[in-house]
Design a protein around this ligand. Structure first.
Ligand SMILES: Nc1ncnc2c1ncn2[C@@H]1O[C@H](COP(=O)(O)OP(=O)(O)O)[C@@H](O)[C@H]1O
Ligand SMILES: [Mg+2]
Length: 228
């Protein structure tokens, strides 16, 4: 894979879009990818959170506020697009542009109720359902989580990863620290796993695989079995 574009979108605000976008951008930088970060939300939270990082990482980070056709030819290996909580023209273009649209969802009805329109819009751009995986944020043992999980499986939505809530994350991201500061390895893992799964999924999608389970199931064990 030479180049990868991920958009982060949900028509609901406060579900963790910007946080996921920041963390993915940081992991990409840590792994020595050049990153083009595109902040389409007028709140500019994504640009603000990334502001300090230009000097922190050796890999290059470029931040801009518009998404253009020519960005497809950008020199960066990784493009991360943070969308506003609306399906406006810019967000729609991000859906069209991105290889994968990451859709953060909290365990509440409103962060799930708008998904139908998102998937039907994506379909108009020729996107497969497997290209819009949900990322569950803060799913726990509550009744709301149970209801949300039921809804997700009834509608057969793809799920890329579950991310835990962590009290350090809002602090680190808004105070301009590296997001993983103070997080133990076990807390960081789900985010790194999400990054790795995105890389594997885009490979499978490029090979014409569109089955949700095939794209999003971690086949590491099967693969290592074959290696033996
Ligand atoms: N994994 C997480 N753990 C703890 N707090 C989180 C996490 N993800 C997001 N938050 C917090 O939830 C709030 C909304 O997150 P944000 O990323 O700004 O959402 P959005 O971009 O969808 O509006 C912020 O205060 C953020 O710090
Ligand atoms: Mg945001």
């Amino acid at each position: 894979m030479s180049k990868f574009a991920a958009a982060v979108l949900n028509r609901k605000g406060g579900v963790g879009k910007t946080t996921v976008a920041v963390i993915l951008a940081e992991i990409a930088l840590v792994r020595h990818n050049r990153v083009l970060a595109i902040d389409l939300d007028p709140s500019r939270n994504f640009s603000d959170a990334l502001g300090f990082m230009k000097n922190y990482f050796r890999s290059s980070l470029r931040v801009k506020n518009t998404l253009e056709e020519s960005d497809a030819d950008a020199p960066e290996e990784w493009i991360v697009i943070d969308c506003p909580p609306t399906l406006n023209e810019e967000s729609k273009y991000a859906v069209d542009f991105a290889d994968i649209v990451v859709v953060p969802v909290r365990p509440d009805f409103f962060s799930l109720s708008n998904l139908g329109v998102l998937y039907s819009t994506a379909k108009k751009f020729g996107k497969e359902k497997a290209q819009l995986p949900l990322v569950k944020v803060g799913y726990d043992s509550s009744v709301m989580t149970k209801i949300a999980n039921q809804l997700i499986s009834e509608r057969d939505y793809p799920v890329a990863e579950e991310l835990p809530l962590h009290k350090h994350i809002p602090y680190n991201i808004t105070s301009g620290r590296v997001w993983s500061t103070g997080l133990i390895a076990r807390s960081r893992q789900p985010y790194e796993r999400l990054y790795d799964k995105l890389m594997k999924a885009v490979d499978r999608l490029q090979n014409g695989i569109t089955d949700i389970n095939e794209v999003w199931t971690d086949r590491k064990e099967e693969e290592s079995d074959e290696d033996i």
